[in-house]
Design a binder for this molecule. Structure first.
Ligand SMILES: [Zn+2]
Length: 236
């Protein structure tokens, strides 16, 4: 009789313990499965960077920013310094809405055709304007026509951003052609070059965003594009 009582007590004590242990094991398996799902999700992620040169433009850029905001897409803008004047609110908006602001020289100059000091000034003045307005110090430059020198870049300590996909939007100024050229050529990790000074380019960007979202692309700013060979990073 006494022995039987002890068995009952032991059973009452052990049962909840077994229950807790069982639950813990289940939870551990669930966590491991979730982690694996997350890892696979990131492995399969396709990244693309939309970049817009030559703005800001009071006619086109605000509409593009509206589209990007609605689609929750972050882009990179390479600004021409002289176009910032009277468009300061657009620059502030870019910064506040999470876009990356880069340098595209002050006068859209071909830097390799200028004297060294003049070329440095083109870059530094544009950076100063952007910083004065937005508080942000640009780290990335897209040199107009892709022309630059190593000396220039070590002097200014900036990273250079070229591109992989060029739909020649400035030449065609046609939404359908530009959209088509981008969608036919884009692949994981690419940087797309466009200009936010043409209505047709803004229209194309809207369609490209919708189509690439359907293909599970995520849009990142160029600083989040780790392995792209079109970015030449400078050591600080
Ligand atoms: Zn340009």
């Amino acid at each position: 009789m006494k022995l039987k009582k002890w068995w009952v007590i032991a059973l009452i004590m052990i049962l909840p313990l077994l229950f807790i242990m069982g639950n813990l094991k289940k939870k551990t398996i669930e966590t491991a499965e979730n982690n694996l799902k997350t890892i696979n999700k990131y492995k399969n992620i396709k990244r693309v960077a939309l970049t817009f040169d030559d703005g800001p433009s009071s006619e086109c850029t605000p509409r593009l920013l509206d589209i990007l905001k609605k689609e929750n897409v972050k882009a990179t803008f390479f600004l021409v310094g002289k176009n910032i004047k009277e468009n300061e609110d657009i620059v502030i908006r870019m910064k506040n809405e999470g876009h990356l602001i880069g340098n595209h020289t002050f006068n859209h100059s071909q830097l390799t055709k200028l004297g060294f000091d003049e070329a440095v000034e083109e870059i530094n003045t544009t950076n100063a304007w952007i910083t004065n307005i937005s508080g942000y110090i640009p780290e990335y430059i897209r040199p107009p026509f892709g022309s630059f020198t190593d000396e220039l870049l070590s002097e200014t300590s900036m990273s250079v951003v070229m591109w992989n996909v060029d739909p020649l939007d400035w030449k065609y100024k046609n939404k359908d052609i530009v959209t088509d050229k981008i969608l036919k050529n884009v692949k994981n990790g690419d940087i797309i070059l466009m200009h936010d000074i043409f209505e047709s380019s803004v229209d194309a960007a809207q369609t490209v965003i919708k189509e690439l979202k359907k293909q599970d692309y995520v849009f990142v700013t160029v600083d989040k594009m780790n392995s792209n060979k079109q970015i030449i990073r400078r050591d600080k």
